[in-house]
Structures are given as C-alpha cells and as structure tokens.
Design a protein around this ligand. Structure first.
Ligand SMILES: N[C@@H](CCC(=O)N[C@@H](CS)C(=O)NCC(=O)O)C(=O)O
Length: 201
C-alpha cells in the first residue's frame, strides 16, 4: 500500500497529522505534504472534500482513487509489513486496542483541550472542566500501563506508541503537567529518541 508516493493533506500543528508524519519519516516513505488550514475553511473546499468528504485532516491520497482518512487507519496502512505493526494476531490486536482507546478516551480530551488553547487562544482556566478531568484520567491510565514496560505493546516501538505519543508529548500545550508521571515522561523521551524528533518544550 505504501510502495508508491502518496499525498498527505494535513495541518502541521495537529497531532493527528503529526503521527502520520512521524511514521512515514521513520519508514523513509516518499510523500508530499499539502498544508490545509482548518481554521480558514480550507478543509471545506470542494477539492478537499473530494479527498475526505468528512472535511477533516489528516487525509491521504494514495492515487488511483484510493483516499483514506482517520489518522489511525492511515497508520495501519503505512505500517503493514513492518515491525511497527506486529504480524502476530494477538499483538496486532493489542496495538488496535490502543489505537481505538486513543481516539475514544485520550484524543477527545487531551487534544481538544490543547486545541482550545493553541488554536483558539484560550487560557488554561477556560478549558472545559469535564474534559480536563477525562484528560487527566487518560494520562494517569498511561502512566499505570507503562509500569515495567518500555513501550505500550511488547518490547519495541509500534504505531500504538506513535499514535499516543502525538498528543501526549504536546499535552503541556493543553495545560497539562506531566511532571508527576515519571513513566510517561520516560516513555515520551524513549519514543522521541526512536523517532529522532526533538523534545517537546
Ligand atoms: N478521528 C479523526 C479526527 C480528525 C480531526 O479531528 N481532525 C481535525 C484536526 S486534528 C480537523 O480536521 N478539524 C477540522 C474540522 O473538523 O472541521 C482522525 O483521527 O483523523
């Protein structure tokens, strides 16, 4: 699937887009990045809606009419056949377990709080309280799950780590303090080292 050059439509501030960039760069894939500004209507143009009718980034065009949205679906597509997506069916399902959890129990809280601060320019105090509570719970869950483990699934980096890393490493921009979560901090540094990306300030 990822044999040929593809086009990634995205926003460079978006963790959902960055997780694809991290994966594609690690795998040395050939792609073109097209910037789409979601704040000025660029994700609602007829041209963009032809790529992703849902009007969201990221979206990928593999050519030949094969377009794909949903960041974690794209990760699965890119990582197939590599160590980032285990061949063993149980390990593979564990990776999927984390990908689904990321979209349902982490991203709507950690990422949306960050969106309110970074994109909408709100101060931390104006984040929605219920969302902050759920975000803190998600980060606590990761801290517990990383006890005695270098990565989320098995002993190697997988797309489960890359997917969760994208917004977790930027959680500070959403008003969250990771200082009291040492395992999470060490995991972020480990993943960043594997990916060759700088620490998140
Ligand atoms: N579940 C989707 C979420 C995509 C998403 O929320 N994209 C945001 C940017 S991170 C977006 O395009 N927002 C603009 C909009 O929804 O109109 C994924 O994982 O790709």
């Amino acid at each position: 699937m990822s044999d040929g050059r593809f086009t990634l439509y995205g926003d460079r501030r978006s963790g959902n887009c960055l997780k694809i960039v991290y994966t594609a760069d690690l795998l040395g894939l050939d792609y073109r990045f097209v910037d789409v500004d979601i704040m000025t209507g660029e994700s609602r143009t007829p041209e963009f809606l032809a790529v992703n009718p849902a009007g969201q980034v990221p979206a990928v065009d593999f050519g030949g009419g094969r377009t794909l949205a949903q960041s974690n679906a794209v990760l699965v597509c890119l990582a197939e056949g590599t160590s980032l997506l285990p061949a063993d069916v149980f390990d593979r399902a564990k990776v999927l377990e984390w990908l689904f959890w990321e979209q349902y129990s982490h991203e709507p809280y950690v990422a949306v709080c960050r969106f309110q601060m970074v994109y909408e320019g709100k101060p931390a105090e104006e984040r929605e309280g219920w969302r902050v509570t759920k975000a803190e719970a998600a980060l606590d869950h990761m801290e517990r799950q990383l006890a005695g483990k270098p990565f989320l699934v098995g002993t190697r980096l997988t797309i489960a780590d890359i997917s969760l890393l994208a917004y977790t490493r930027l959680a500070g921009e959403g008003g969250f303090d990771l200082a009291g979560r040492p395992k999470l901090g060490a995991w972020i540094a480990r993943c960043e080292s594997e990916l060759g990306i700088a620490g998140a300030g």
